[in-house]
Design a protein around this ligand. Structure first.
Ligand code: B12
Length: 219
């Protein structure tokens, strides 16, 4: 990892948003790879913050100021990470499940999908199964994407999928799930169509599903 990326990571861990912003601008001007700033700088910072919180070195306020620093740096990176797509590839409804207020990862997924040419309807955080159902009826998306960061709130994904089934909507959409505590195994167990470990993989998974639906329709 370059010194510039390490510096951004360390400013975010310390919650120093102005310094993190300045370091990010400088690194971009010096030609640093924006993908590396995201992955090895910002996302790595959040892992360290999570570890420090788990070990008792950090408390909620430190976690909050680090999260705020990260949230402020992301828009600076956005134009360097995502292009302008010419045509819409498809529509996705995205939200963080009920009881969960973590949205940094979801917002990155939304940003990368928009850059990849998808129209994204963002339902925000603490989204109930009923709210997902209402949005599917209104928006008719190809994809429903759910994020969860807390082990206990992951069950909101299962509840939502069951509710979609009961509402007769399950076959209308492809369901993708993600968030730090998720696994392929859990995604399969609750009947999701895919799990991706990061935003880049999520765009690729949606692309693959769109391509196979097109191939199927052309057959
Ligand atoms: C920042 C943070 C916060 C911030 C959130 C700010 C915000 N606006 O989101 C604040 C300080 C508010 C917060 C609050 C809490 N937090 Co918190 N938080 C974190 C922390 C440090 C980082 C999360 C993060 O943003 N990571 C960076 C992003 C980019 O990564 P990501 O979310 O995983 O997203 C990537 C992928 O997972 C994927 N992805 C994400 N979503 C989706 C969706 C789809 C469809 C797909 C395909 C992919 C995908 O793509 C993303 C980008 O590549 C984690 C630690 C950790 N290691 O995760 C704890 C952590 C998640 N928090 C935790 C806890 C306990 C809490 C609180 C309960 C604390 C409290 N006592 O109040 C509250 C929860 C309140 C609530 N009900 O939601 C625990 C959860 C423990 C558990 N396993 O259940 C963790 C793991 C910390 C810890 N080690 O204990 N938190």
């Amino acid at each position: 990892m370059s010194d510039a990326v390490a510096a951004i990571r360390d400013w975010v861990i310390r919650g120093k948003k102005n310094e993190a912003i300045a370091a990010t601008r400088e690194a971009l001007e010096a030609g640093a790879d924006p993908g590396a700033i995201m992955k090895d700088g910002l996302i790595a910072a959040m892992s360290v913050v999570g570890e420090k919180y788990s070990s008792g070195e950090f408390f909620l306020p430190q976690m909050m100021i680090a999260a705020r620093a990260m949230t402020e740096v992301v828009p600076i990176l956005k134009p360097h990470l995502v292009g302008e797509a010419a045509e819409s590839r498809g529509k996705a409804v995205i939200g963080t499940v009920q009881g969960d207020f973590h949205d940094i990862g979801k917002n990155i997924v939304r940003m990368m999908l928009e850059g990849g040419g998808y129209e994204v309807v963002d339902l925000g955080v603490d989204v109930s199964a009923d709210q997902f159902i209402e949005a599917i009826r209104k928006e008719a998306p190809q994809f429903v994407l759910m994020s969860a960061l807390i082990t206990l709130t992951m069950e909101g994904m299962r509840r939502t999928i069951t509710a979609l089934d009961e509402a007769g909507l399950r076959a209308e959409v492809r369901i993708g799930v993600g968030g730090a505590p998720l696994t392929h195994k859990y995604a399969a167990e609750i009947g999701a169509d895919f799990y991706s470990e990061d935003a880049y993989e999520c765009v690729k998974a949606c692309d693959r599903l769109i391509e196979s639906a097109r191939a199927e329709a052309g057959r």
